[in-house]
Design a protein around this ligand. Structure first.
Ligand code: ATP
Length: 257
C-alpha cells in the first residue's frame, strides 16, 4: 500500500497557543479522507501544514512521499487546493480564470490548451466558459474553482470546506466528481461540516481542540462507540471532550510536544 499522507505527531503552536497537537494518521493513495470538527478545531492549520505552506512546530509528515518541512515545493507542485472562498476573479470569465490559473501552474502553449480543454470537459463547464464568474451561481463557481485546482493534474486534491453555502443539488454533483477522481487514483483530503459528506469518505478524522480524537472509516468509528449515525457519534465526541479549551494554557500547549 502506497501512502499518500503519513502524518506523525504533527504540532503547530502560535506563540503559547497550540492550534494542532500531536496529530498522527496515515492514508493510502486514492482514498478520500474527511476532516470534521467544530470551528477553530485546527483542521485548516493541519491542512496548511500538509500542503507545505505552514511549517510545523514539531512532528513529521510526508505527503506523496515528500517531507513537509524540507520538500514543501515538491508537495505544492503536486497538489490542487480549493478553499471555501474559491479564490476566483469575479470580473473575469470562466475561460480567463482558467487561463490565469494555467499560468500560475506554469502551463504554457499546447499543454495549457490541452489541460484547459480536459478540465472544462471533465467538470462540464463547456457552456459557461465565456460567462463572467460574477454572473454564476454558487454551485457553478464551486465547479469552476474545482476545475482550476485540477488544471495541473494533481495527485492530491485538498478541499477546505468546499461546499459551504452551496445548494444540495450542486453539492451532490460536486461529490460525484470527487468520487470519480478518487476512483481514478487521486487522493482527496477534505474538511467539511456536513455529515452526509463525511459519511461518504473512506477515512474520517475528528478534530477537537487541536487533537485528532478519533480516526477510521465512518463505519468503524460508529461501531466503536455503538452509535447509529455520524451525527450521534460527533455529538457524543463533543459532549465527551467539551470543557474549557485546554490549548489556551501553557500546560495545554506543551502536552504533546
Ligand atoms: N496564524 C495564526 N495565528 C494565531 N492563531 C491562529 C493562526 N491560525 C489559526 N489560529 C488559531 O488556531 C485555531 C485553529 O484554527 P483553524 O483555522 O485551523 O481551525 P478550523 O478547524 O479550520 O476552523 P474552521 O472550521 O472555522 O475553519 C483557531 O483558534 C485559530 O484562531
Amino acid at each position: 500500500m502506497s501512502l499518500a499522507i503519513d502524518c506523525q505527531g504533527l504540532i503547530k503552536r502560535f506563540g503559547t497557543y497550540t492550534a494542532v497537537q500531536d496529530v498522527t494518521f496515515q492514508i493510502p493513495q486514492g482514498a478520500i479522507m474527511g476532516f470534521v470538527g467544530p470551528n477553530g478545531a485546527g483542521k485548516t492549520t493541519t491542512i496548511r501544514m500538509l500542503c507545505g505552506v505552514l511549517v510545523p512546530t514539531d512532528g513529521k509528515a510526508t505527503v506523496l512521499g515528500f517531507d513537509v518541512k524540507s520538500q514543501p515545493e515538491d508537495i505544492k507542485q503536486r497538489i490542487g487546493y480549493m478553499s471555501q472562498k474559491f479564490s476566483l476573479y469575479d470580473d473575469l470569465t470562466v475561460a480567463e480564470n482558467l487561463a490565469f490559473y494555467a499560468g500560475v501552474y506554469n502551463l504554457r502553449g499546447k499543454e495549457a490548451a490541452l489541460q484547459k480543454k480536459r478540465v472544462v470537459e471533465r467538470i462540464g463547464l463547456g457552456e459557461r466558459t465565456s460567462q463572467l464568474v460574477s454572473s454564476l451561481s454558487g454551485g457553478w463557481k464551486q465547479r469552476v474553482a474545482l476545475a482550476c485546482a485540477l488544471l495541473h493534474s494533481p495527485q492530491l486534491l485538498v478541499l477546505d470546506e468546499p461546499t459551504a453555502g452551496v445548494d444540495p443539488v450542486s453539492r451532490r454533483i460536486f461529490w460525484d466528481i470527487i468520487h470519480q477522481l478518487a476512483e481514478e487514483g487521486m487522493t482527496i483530503l477534505v474538511s467539511t461540516h456536513y455529515m452526509d459528506e463525511a459519511a461518504s469518505c473512506d477515512y474520517l478524522g475528528f478534530v477537537f481542540y487541536g487533537r485528532l480524537i478519533a480516526f477510521g472509516s465512518p463505519e468503524e468509528m460508529k461501531q466503536r462507540e455503538g452509535k447509529e449515525t455520524l451525527d450521534d457519534l460527533f455529538i457524543y465526541y463533543v459532549e465527551r471532550e467539551a470543557s474549557e479549551d485546554p490549548r489556551n494554557t501553557k500546560a495545554g500547549s506543551g502536552g504533546a510536544g
